[in-house]
Structure formats: C-alpha cells, structure tokens
Design a protein around this ligand. Sequence first.
Ligand SMILES: O=C(O)CC[C@@H](O)C(=O)O
Ligand SMILES: [Zn+2]
Length: 530
Amino acid sequence: MQRLRAARRLIAHPSSSAPFLSSSISGFTKQLYAQVCLDSRPQATAHACFKSVAESYAEVSRGNCGVQFRCLGTVAATRNPLFSTVNDDDVKYFIDIVGDKNVIQDEDRLQTANIDWMRKFEGSSKLMLLPRSSIEVSQILTYCNSRSLAVVPQGGNTGLVGGSVPVFDEVIVNLSLMNNIISFDKVSGILVCEAGCILENLISYLDNHGFIMPLDLGAKGSCQIGGNVSTNAGGLRLVRYGSLHGNVLGLEAVLANGSVVDMLGTLRKDNTGYDLKHMFIGSEGSLGIVTKVSILTPPKLSSVNIAFLACEDYFSCQVLHHLDGLRNPIPTSGHKFFILIETTGSNELYDKERLEAFLLSSMEQGLVSDGVLAQDINQASSFWRIREGIPEALMKAGAVYKYDLSIPLERMYDLVDEMRSRIGNQANVVAYGHLGDGNLHLNISAPQYDDAILEQIEPFVYEWTSRHRGSISAEHGLGLMKANMIYYSKSYETVQLMTSIKKLMDPKGILNPYKVLPHTIVPQNSGLEH
Ligand SMILES: O=C(O)CC[C@@H](O)C(=O)O
Ligand SMILES: [Zn+2]
C-alpha cells in the first residue's frame, strides 16, 4: 500500500482552482469506472434485532387486512380478490411440468424464498417452482394466467425494495436452475446466457477469457443476471460502461399469457422498429419473465489502479468525482469523506503516472487530505470489501431505512445535512453511494424501527428529491416499497402510459402484482407530479 504524501499545505484551497481541476481530470473519466463517497460519521453498532416498516406491513397482511403504505397517508394495497389460491390440482399440474423435486412446498425453503435479504418484506407463498427451461416457464405462466394465479419472479432475491418476494400468496417462480452459459464470442465479447446465471460466475467465466462484465455489484455472489436485467441494476461499473439499457443486446422473455418472445439478438445495430427489449429491462418482472440475455462485455484491461482517498469536505468530493480491509487503509479519525477510485487502462506505467499526478495535484490543492494507492490485487480487493460491506454492516447495526436517490451532484450533500438536522440524535444518517453517477444511498440507521423516526424521513425525503428534480430510485427499482411513490419521479401521463402497457401485456395483472405501479391513482394536478 503506497501512502500518498504531498506538499498539500503549500497551496491553499482556492475555489478558483476548481474549473482548472475539473477540466484537467475530465480526460480521466474514460478510464474510470467506480467510485464512492463514504461519509465517516459514526455509525450505530451492535444493536440487536430490528423491526422495519415492512415487517409491520407484513404483520398487517398476515391479518389479512392488506398492506398499508405510508405513502400519502392512504391504504394502498389489499390482496387482489380476483386472484385464485393454489389448490391440490394446481400442484399436480405443476409437478407434471417441472417434476416433483422442482415443486417446493417445504416450509424452510419457502420461508427463505418468502423473505427478502433485508428481512423487511415477507410474503406467505405456499409454493415455489423451479423451471429448467423457457418452455417450462411458458407452461407455468400459461397455466397461472388461465387460473388467475399471481406470480412473483425471483432470482437471487438480493433486491432492496421488496420486488422479488411475494406480498401475499403469489406463486414464486425461481430461475436458479436456468443457469447455463449458451455462448460466448471471443471476438465480439458477446455473452449469451440463461437468466439464472449468478453474476459472480459470469464474472469468473469472462475473466478466464480476458473479458469482464460491464456490471458489478456487492451482491454478485448471489444475484442473478435475469434479476439484474429485470431491475436494471446499476452497481459499481456504470460510470465506466453505462447501464444495462446500453449493454444488453437482446433478451428472451415469457409473457403473462405464456408466449415466449425471442428478442435474443446479438447485433450491435438493429433499427427495425420498436426496441422492445427495453420494456423488460427495469420493469421488475411486471411485464414478463426474462429467461435469456445477450450482453456485450468489454475486454479486461491490464492495468488497474485503485486509490482510497480522504477529503475534508463535500466540495472536494464533488470536484474529485470526475475520477472516479477490513482494516481501514487510512485513519478514519479526522476525515469526513472517503472516495474509492478505480481506473483501468492498457498502459500500466502511463496510467499509474497519470493517476499519481492527478492525486498529487489534488493534494496540493487541498482537495484530498490523505490517501493510499493499492499496491497489489489483495489490497485492491480489501479496499473494495470496505465499500461493498457497507450495506451488510448497516443491516447488522439495527433497523435501517434505505433511500436510493439520484440527485444533482451539487445538491446531494444538502439532503444529508438537512436529514441530520431533522433526525437529531434519534438515529445515524449514513450517506454513501456512487458519486460519479450522482447516486446517493441515504441510509438512516437506528437501533430499532420507530414511527417517530419514519415520520421525520417520509415524505420529506421524496418531496426533497422531487423538488430538486432527482429520482426516488436511482438503481434499486420501485418494487413494493416505492410503487406508490412513483409520482414523485414520473408525471401523471407517464404513469398512465405505463399502466396501459401493463394492461395490454398482462391483462389479469398476474405478474409481480403490487409492485412498480401505484395501487392508488393520484388525480391529475394533485401537485405531486414532477
Ligand atoms: O445499501 C444500500 O443502500 C445500497 C446497496 C448497493 O446499491 C450499494 O451500492 O452498495
Ligand atoms: Zn449502489
């Protein structure tokens, strides 16, 4: 680990240097793909179990009263009475399709599948199906549609907004057994695979062929590519390689009525009318179940540099954002902000020199107060482990209210400050995210769930974000948690159009019900539109 030392006291911190610095580092952005700003304020530690908003919701739903949302003060969703309940004949039918051992009724396995990673959202499904092919998915959906059985598509179940678990008794269709790599073209870098492939397995597979996935997430060990695509997962490489809307070249999806729609193209250019694959990227399984994907993967670059930096103020982080263990590589005391920067390129010497020169100049200008450069792959991964471990650490700390927001960079930290003054010492406001993408993960960590805290957070956080023309979901989706908050980020007309598309593609509404779209239609001109 190389500790950065610079004559940072020689040059003061003239704000007039910012334009110069911004332009001088903009050339770097092409090389950079991941970054994070981590606020070092003390976090709550070692609080025992917690009870979340959604757990309370689940309790209400177990009492068959429906799910109560705190959005707009209205009760928003009850179990759709038009949906049937699974009976013995249904189970027999499903056994015929997927085989006995892939029809799961075992209580322990169902319990895991009914609850999300955060243990916030819990359904009460009595049945999970594990199809092995698109044909089986098609047969399942054809049957569920004819019987009006609601379905929740599930991948690795690592989502943070309750999108991948049942709300009531929906049939869980889990794609884990569809985990084959179909093809990989070493010339074009195009990977075609089934939806149930675990992201980390794809990353390792590509690594052996000298390529990388354009997507990387902390949850890579469990999340599946079908879920990533369905939720348009963002992650750590988005600033470098762009979103899945750009990287997914094609996909296959099964519609609610069982039709298998083959859009599994591998062409870079195809302008033949509506590009419907985009309807399935980010629609969270509400329009169809993604069964196969084809993805453009970039070549692995030989030189990787990782810097872990400390800054004294948010202004400095903003200026640095263009760039993009569990021992702390630098002392945390005395520093308020941390940035993790990874650059990749093809000329080791040149790339390292450029990064070092940039960092030196940043230190001289007082933007960076301390920092280390990873000297080898072990140090590099220990830096990343710090960043990727934050959600898990927060979960262990007690109750956590999570907000995944896109906010114009210059205003991002204002929200953190405002939230801190609202919350006072009732909870810790922890801010981190993806600085290069303008994506703030605002986490409010408390010993336990508390209505008084929630009232300080919502709807304030959504109103604030909407007022600053941000998005209430940057990369996690809407799921169950934010379906009713959609108007904070989308206009009335947009939501109407989305609703019409949903009705057209899934007239009975069996696919992932209660998620994404609002349960109550807010009247036009309610003042909530963007
Ligand atoms: O825990 C969160 O709020 C964010 C999770 C994930 O998107 C991350 O960037 O680590
Ligand atoms: Zn994130």
